[in-house]
Design a protein around this ligand. Structure first.
Ligand SMILES: NC(=O)c1ccc[n+]([C@@H]2O[C@H](COP(=O)([O-])OP(=O)(O)OC[C@H]3O[C@@H](n4cnc5c(N)ncnc54)[C@H](O)[C@@H]3O)[C@@H](O)[C@H]2O)c1
Length: 304
């Protein structure tokens, strides 16, 4: 019995729910949103699809007591209209911070002890708030972080070389935001490092890195939100967790060195982060990671 909850059924939450339903990734899916009519309509819409699906799934509107025995709760709550075209995800902090505190407290009150996967922005900060408010071990509270930014880097680098993005390995590290960076020492395609490819093919790595960094806002500028890629990122992590895959994945997770949440790869399984490891970064990349952690702290103070 796989039970999943989603809190916040807006553009992102509804798309995550749709992937879970259409791919049969859970047996029970609990939907929570502060807009009762909206979430009731979403649940009914999914129920109307029930006879057309390959697999049975119980989708229903719920409240926090329904999440007490859930395996994974996904936070997709937010206020996307507060993100301006300038691309600063901290525009949502003032609105999302009290919501995350409350949802975290509600989960704690019902004794929730599963994995909490946060999507809500600014995701590194909000994930940390969830950990504090739920009191869960930090390993059980993770954020999608730069999983999506890494996918965007794979898209732009794959396009530059004319290969499927799944042929690109490597990471965007740091904040899910402006201070993130492509760790080029980790980026390899067909067994060859990104810098060697850049020299051979005259690729502008700074441009490719920036294209990945602003990718979300390129999508946002046309439709006012992003939903498909982030939903696939969240569901990819959900599958890793539910199947206890112990797979390497990049997530926002607690980093002792910086005493905060920031993205670097970890081994993910049923209990969240089940093992940590240090990437062999260059000294310059280590400095960029530290600077990104500092940027998250500074912006949190500025916007709070
Ligand atoms: N991490 C990423 O890579 C990434 C990518 C895309 C979007 N996001 C973030 O995901 C969040 C959702 O985006 P969206 O486009 O779906 O936003 P949206 O505004 O369309 O939907 C947010 C939903 O959350 C609900 N909500 C707000 N507070 C709530 C609460 N306390 N309890 C229950 N429901 C609550 C709202 O009623 C709304 O239905 C935003 O914070 C957005 O920035 C993150």
């Amino acid at each position: 019995m796989r039970k999943v909850g989603i809190v916040g059924i807006g553009h992102v939450g509804a798309t995550v729910a749709h992937l879970i339903v259409s791919q049969g990734l859970a047996d029970e899916l609990v939907l929570i949103d502060k807009k009762p009519e909206k979430v009731a309509s979403e649940a009914l819409d999914f129920s109307d699809a029930a006879s057309l699906l390959d697999k049975h799934i119980d989708v229903h509107v719920g409240d926090y007591p329904d999440l007490a025995d859930a395996d994974v709760v996904i936070s997709a709550l937010g206020h996307i209209h507060l993100i301006k075209p300038d691309g600063d995800r901290f525009g949502e902090l003032k609105a999302n911070l009290p919501m995350a505190k409350q949802v975290g407290a509600d989960l704690k009150a019902v004794g929730y002890n599963g994995v909490l996967l946060a999507i809500s922005n600014p995701v590194d900060v909000i994930t940390g708030i969830y950990q504090q408010a739920t009191g869960l071990p930090s390993a059980q509270v993770i954020g999608t972080g730069t999983y999506l930014d890494t996918a965007r880097l794979k898209r732009v680098f794959g396009e530059a070389l004319g290969v499927d993005p799944r042929s690109v390995n490597g990471y965007v590290l740091g904040e899910h935001g402006a201070s993130q960076f492509a760790a080029w020492s980790t980026v390899n395609v067909m067994g060859q490092n990104a810098r060697t490819w850049a020299a051979e093919k005259s690729l502008d790595l700074d441009k490719l890195e920036n294209d990945a960094r602003v990718g979300g806002f390129t999508v946002h500028s046309g439709k006012g939100y992003t939903n498909f890629a982030i939903a696939h990122a969240a569901v990819s992590l959900l599958q890793i967790i539910l199947s206890d895959a112990r797979k390497e994945a990049i997530v926002s997770h607690y980093n002792e060195d910086f005493d905060g949440y920031i993205s670097s790869p970890a081994i993910i399984g049923r209990a969240g982060v089940v093992a940590n490891f240090d990437l062999p970064l260059t000294p310059e990349e280590q400095d960029k990671l530290a600077a990104s952690a500092k940027a998250i702290q500074t912006k949190t103070a500025d916007y709070s």
